[in-house]
Ligand binder design. Sequence first.
Ligand SMILES: [Zn+2]
Length: 73
Amino acid sequence: MPDPRYLTWSDKWLITHDMINCSECHAAQFMAHRSLAFSHKAGCSRAGVGQYPYLDLLAMLTAMQDEVAKQLQ
Ligand SMILES: [Zn+2]
């Protein structure tokens, strides 16, 4: 069972070929800045500390990959 916090990733973030955007304020973060906390635009209701959408996406995909590997065993 995947971590429940990953189930809402696609509601919160928009991904294109070179950046991730907040789905609400559309602030952007490039992959090169993935280790920095995401910075929302002023007034965004989703603003908060410690948001790392790239790292969450990587963790989510890794968990999915691990789950598939278990099913194939
Ligand atoms: Zn935002």
